[in-house]
Design a protein around this ligand. Structure first.
Ligand SMILES: Nc1nc2c(ncn2[C@@H]2O[C@H](COP(=O)(O)OP(=O)(O)OP(=O)(O)O)[C@@H](O)[C@H]2O)c(=O)[nH]1
Length: 322
């Protein structure tokens, strides 16, 4: 069975497959169409084809380094396995993309059995941290978990109110400090609240100003330190929120956070917009981190766990069918 049939089989068995697919509608279409268009000039794996393939991968926002790796792998595989037809090469491409993602290995999401699990949301302003915090809260509530939010973005005017509004809508407590106050103090209060009320999760929404990297690092270090003092082993997860529509720029910005704290996973927002599907592979290759969730809209329901098979199926739907 070829990879596409396998993906289709796995995909069809998934409960919310259709939502996934319609959310990703725009990202997926252009990729499969562009790959299909390569068939027009296809005369075999020659330099011209590999160059055109490279261009399609770059257009999908895979980024130059990752695109080059994929092209090299496809070329080598095609030689080793004596692949000749366009169909075989396209399957090989999707296989290599899947392998590149999978071979980095995956750690399970950490949970604190002994008390509150603390998740810290980091990322540049506007990436969607606050909205994603709300979406995560909703998902956890649906799993029957109790949540407290910490409005630790004390920097941006309005950020505290924005989170508090979500908290009210979702009916969860929200611990707030003063605008311009110390975000670590808010986090300490939230940790104590979570312990006192025996809550399952604490999600901290932090500020993401990049203008001053030294300050950002200091602030994040302090947050880690004070949280760990309150709840041993915390923060259990630090999720970096990246706006997928910012493409390779978003990845470059992400590096600052990777330097500043121990990021354990990525949440890619705005995948329902003009984002190109390839960004997932660039992130995985360049940052080495798993994509935990993808954002598919602006409401509290628009967050889905990242699922490589469903995602790849979405990207290559239409590529192999008549
Ligand atoms: N279409 C779409 N819009 C999103 C998604 N996630 C967030 N947004 C929108 O992106 C904008 C910014 O989101 P916020 O959650 O305020 O971003 P933030 O990172 O908290 O920004 P600051 O509060 O400035 O730090 C809002 O208008 C959100 O509704 C998504 O998955 N899809």
């Amino acid at each position: 069975m070829g990879i596409f049939s396998k993906l289709k089989q796995v995909f069809s068995a998934k409960e919310d497959a259709d939502i996934y697919l319609s959310g990703l509608n725009r990202s997926k279409k252009s990729f499969s169409q562009r790959i299909r268009s390569l068939a027009l000039n296809f005369k075999g794996i020659d330099e011209e084809f590999l160059e055109e393939l490279m261009v399609v991968l770059l257009e999908a926002d895979i980024g130059i380094k990752t695109a080059q790796k994929i092209v090299d792998r496809v070329e080598n595989e095609a030689m080793d396995r004596n692949l000749k037809s366009f169909g075989e090469i396209s399957e090989c491409l999707i296989e290599q993309m899947a392998q590149m993602y999978e071979e980095k290995g995956d750690e399970a999401i950490k949970r604190n059995e002994a008390g509150p699990t603390v998740i810290l949301m980091v990322g540049v302003n506007g990436s969607g941290k606050t909205t994603t915090t709300a979406k995560l809260t909703k998902r956890l509530q649906e799993e029957g978990k109790s949540v407290v939010l910490a409005a630790a973005d004390t920097f941006r005017a309005g950020a505290i109110d924005q989170l508090a509004m979500w908290a009210e809508r979702l009916q969860v407590p929200c611990i707030k400090g003063k605008e311009g106050g110390d975000p670590s103090a808010t986090l300490v209060d939230a940790c104590r609240y979570a312990k006192a009320h025996d809550l399952d999760y604490l999600i901290g929404d932090t500020a993401g100003r990049l203008q001053n990297k030294a300050n950002l690092m200091k602030e994040l270090e302090k947050m880690h330190r004070v949280i760990a003092r309150e709840i041993p082993g915390a923060p259990h997860e630090v999720w970096l929120v990246i706006d997928a529509t910012t493409g390779q720029n978003g990845i470059a910005q992400a590096q600052v956070f990777l330097d500043a704290c121990h990021v354990s996973g990525i949440i890619l927002t705005k995948m329902d917009g003009t984002a190109k599907g390839g960004i997932v592979f660039a992130i995985r290759d360049l940052l080495g981190l798993p994509v935990r969730y993808i954002g598919l809209g602006e409401t509290a329901d628009d967050l889905r766990p990242f699922d490589l098979e469903a995602y790849l199926y979405g990207m290559c739907e239409g590529l192999f069918e008549e």
